[in-house]
Every structure is written in structure tokens, then in C-alpha cells.
Design a protein around this ligand. Structure first.
Ligand SMILES: *Cc1c(COP(=O)(O)O)cnc(C)c1O
Ligand SMILES: [Zn+2]
Length: 414
């Protein structure tokens, strides 16, 4: 255990406190989720200078992550590029637009930020194996970190998971259980069997995941100047809550003056969180049969909704809902205008900002950061990018020149 960091686990509802070596993911008294709470008055961080000489990434912020740094299971996650988009910003309609390219993480999604911390925690707890339910990215990431830690890994995957992600989990050696059902059903199964099998549960109800993902907030605070908004695609509601936790801690420590407003974007057919916020309700109403092309956010019962609600309310942010058509249009625009490849769920963050600008909810003069959560190659589907040009022809020079001449004559030379 890292003795230098004073921290504990605390129930988000009844405030019961648990020690850091508590193995459960829920409060024993009321069943609600836990938070890792740092004693920020005792943390040895009073300025950015302590971090500045270190390489970028999750473990740059080790004083704020209460697991044993010397035993970390890492693939050098985090430290992803922040891309200034000078063409896409016009398409979206804002003055300044940045994409935080989380596809650059070791397994191609932000999930790695959480897994490096949570799998380190799993080793500290001496667990005999790890398990998760996953639409794909959590499985890919957990499988990789479990390999690195030498832990057996089981993943339960719903129908419709993207091929790239399944392939990763297979390649890293996880045991895959594919169910004819939804993510929500897969998670329910995991929760029911985890105790009996003596495995450690690594879905985002495990708050240690969020402890790594909060570094997305830390990185943005270091990289982006002035005032800005953050747009996040929302599925199980963990990431938006984690990023907000990061900002909140920095504000308490005096490392930032103001935290940015947080906007959560959901897909139309899987938008229980957005609906709850829009209708000013205090309780989520699950969607029984969630549908969207963006499989990473195809979730009907988001487990972290209370934490995410806190993020949106405390930051004076908001929510937006986008259609699959709008998501695909944004994915295409990101690829064609900036040369950046993101998976559909990631593109929802951009689609949501475009829509909020059109609705007048976001001012055109704003600076906006969109979290592009996962890599294009996770979900390779050329059909979604139609129309595109592929010339099928013999390796015949004259023929190719002739065809190219025809094509280039219709490309406008400016
Ligand atoms: C997991 C994931 C999300 C959703 O994050 P939550 O924490 O579940 O809200 C969005 N995009 C991608 C690519 C993901 O893998
Ligand atoms: Zn409780």
C-alpha cells in the first residue's frame, strides 16, 4: 500500500467509509457505488511543478492515485494527443475545436487509463483472476492489462460487439463468453457470478477504473488554456464522472481556477441519462432494448448515472442526444477533414457539439474539447463511409492512366 497518500473509499449515498483494501465495489449498507476520496489537504501537491519534469501519461500524476506506484501495471497509457482542428471547427461551427485523441492509447481507447490503475489494484488485493462485461473496449483493455499482470481474464460480450475489439481480447488471451443478449444483461451476469467464482470485477462500477480515467481531466487542465467546454460520449456514465472528479480535485488543490462545463452526449436509441437530465428527474429510467450504431455506448442501464449527474450539474453543463445519422456524419467529417480516425461512439461527442451550436445552446465563440474515446480501427466498416472510390482494374499502366485521368478531371483543382 502506498503510505504517502491518505485516502479511503466512501459510499456516494450514505457516506459510509471503507478502507482502500476493501474488495467490494458497492456499499454494504445501502448498495450504492463507492468513490475513492483523497485527503486533499494532506496530498503533497501544491503546484504543477511536481509533475512537469515527468513523461506524460497516467502515472505522471502518481501523488493523486492511491495505489502502489512501484507495482504499477502499465503500457504507458494516457498522454494522448490534443489535436487542434482548423477545418473541423468550421463544420461544427465553433471558433476553436480540439479533439483529445484517446485512440492513441495502447489498446486504442481511454479504457486503458482506468485499467492501468484498477489492475494494479487487483494485484495489491491478490485476486486470482479478473472479469468484466463489455461492449468491447473494456474487454480489449482488461485482456491486455491482465496479460501484463499475469492474471487470468474472463470477458462477457453482448451481441453486436465490434470485430476489432473482440479480436483484441482474443489476441491478448482472454476467455470470451458471447451471450445472445445486451450489455446490461452481460453486466448483470458478471455481478451475479463474481463472488462465487472469487474473481475481481473490473467494470466501471469498480471505482478504481475512474481513478485512472480522471487523469483525462488532469491532462486537459495542463494542455488547454483559458475557458473551454468539454464534450464526452456517454454510455455507462463512468468517463464523464471520472473527468469531472479530476477537475474537481485540481480546483480544490488550487491548480486550476475554474473547471470547464461538461456536456454528455448519448445516442438517440440509448439515451436514458440524457432524458433524465433534460426532464430534470432525479432517477434514471432504464431503456430496455438500447439501439445505436455506436456499440460502445449501446447501454440501457448506466451504472454510474448518479456520479455523472453530479458532473453535469456541478459543472453547469448539459446533455445532448444525437441520431445514428448524425454520429456517422461526424465520424466521416472527422476522418475527411482532419485525417483522424475515431469509432462511432467517439464521434457522438463532435455530433453533439454541432447540434448544440445549431440549437444556440453553445456559443459560436466558444473553445470546445471533444473526447474522442476510441480508435477508428476498432470497428472497421467501409459500408458506413460510402460513397468512396476504389478502382478495380488490371495492373495495366495505360488503363490506369486513362481511368485516373477521368477521375481527376472531375476533382476540382483550386
Ligand atoms: C466505454 C466507451 C464510452 C463510454 O464511456 P462510459 O464511461 O461508459 O460512459 C464511449 N466511447 C468509447 C469508445 C468507449 O469505449
Ligand atoms: Zn451506502
Amino acid at each position: 500500500m502506498n503510505q504517502r497518500i491518505d485516502a479511503w473509499l466512501q459510499c456516494i449515498s450514505c457516506r459510509s467509509i471503507y478502507p482502500l483494501d476493501y474488495r467490494g465495489y458497492a456499499c454494504e449498507k445501502c448498495g450504492d457505488l463507492l468513490d475513492v476520496v483523497l485527503d486533499l489537504d494532506k496530498v503533497e501537491v501544491r503546484s504543477w511543478s511536481i509533475f512537469r519534469d515527468r513523461s506524460r501519461g497516467v502515472w505522471r500524476y502518481r501523488e493523486l492515485i492511491p495505489v502502489d506506484f512501484s507495482k504499477r501495471v502499465t503500457l504507458r497509457e494516457g498522454g494522448t494527443p490534443l489535436i487542434d482542428c482548423k477545418r473541423l471547427n468550421e463544420w461544427v461551427g465553433v471558433k476553436e475545436l480540439y479533439l483529445k485523441f484517446e485512440g492513441a492509447n495502447p489498446t486504442g481507447s481511454f479504457k486503458d487509463r482506468g485499467m492501468t490503475v484498477a489492475v494494479t489494484k487487483a494485484l495489491e488485493l491478490n485476486v486470482r483472476g479478473v472479469i468484466c462485461a463489455s461492449t468491447g473496449n473494456t474487454a480489449a483493455s482488461l485482456a491486455a492489462y491482465a496479460s501484463r499482470a499475469g492474471l487470468p481474464c474472463i470477458t462477457i460480450i453482448p451481441e453486436g460487439a465490434a470485430l476489432g475489439k473482440i479480436f483484441q481480447a482474443i489476441a491478448y488471451g482472454a476467455i470470451l463468453i458471447k451471450i445472445k443478449g445486451s450489455f446490461d444483461q452481460a453486466l448483470k451476469i458478471v455481478i451475479s457470478v463474481v463472488g462465487e467464482l472469487g474473481l475481481y470485477l473490473l467494470n466501471s462500477i469498480n471505482t478504481w477504473r475512474l481513478e485512472g480515467q480522471k487523469t483525462l481531466g488532469y491532462e486537459l487542465a495542463e494542455e488547454v488554456d483559458g475557458e473551454y467546454l468539454v464534450s464526452v460520449p456517454v454510455g455507462n456514465c463512468g468517463n464523464i464522472a471520472a473527468i469531472w472528479k479530476g477537475f474537481s480535485e485540481l480546483k480544490y488543490l488550487g491548480l486550476i481556477d475554474e473547471a470547464p462545463r461538461m456536456f454528455g452526449v448519448q445516442a438517440e436509441g440509448a439515451s436514458p441519462f440524457a432524458k433524465m437530465v433534460e426532464e430534470c428527474r432525479e432517477k434514471i429510467e432504464p431503456v430496455e432494448n438500447p439501439q445505436t450504431i455506436a456499440s460502445a455506448i449501446r447501454i440501457g442501464r448506466p451504472v454510474n448515472w448518479k456520479k455523472a449527474l453530479r458532473a453535469v450539474r456541478e459543472s453547469r453543463g448539459g446533455v445532448e442526444v444525437v441520431s445514428d445519422g448524425e454520429i456517422l456524419e461526424a465520424q466521416r467529417a472527422i476522418a475527411r477533414l482532419e485525417g483522424l480516425g475515431v469509432e462511432p461512439a467517439s464521434a457522438a461527442s463532435v455530433a453533439g457539439v454541432k447540434k448544440m451550436v445549431a440549437e444556440g445552446r453553445i456559443d459560436r465563440g466558444e473553445k470546445v474539447v471533444c473526447i474522442c474515446t476510441g480508435h477508428l480501427l476498432k470497428d472497421p466498416n467501409p459500408d458506413l463511409f460510402k460513397p468512396f472510390t476504389i478502382l478495380e482494374t488490371e495492373p495495366d499502366l495505360q488503363k490506369i492512366i486513362k481511368e485516373l485521368t477521368e477521375i481527376t478531371s472531375i476533382i476540382k483543382i483550386q
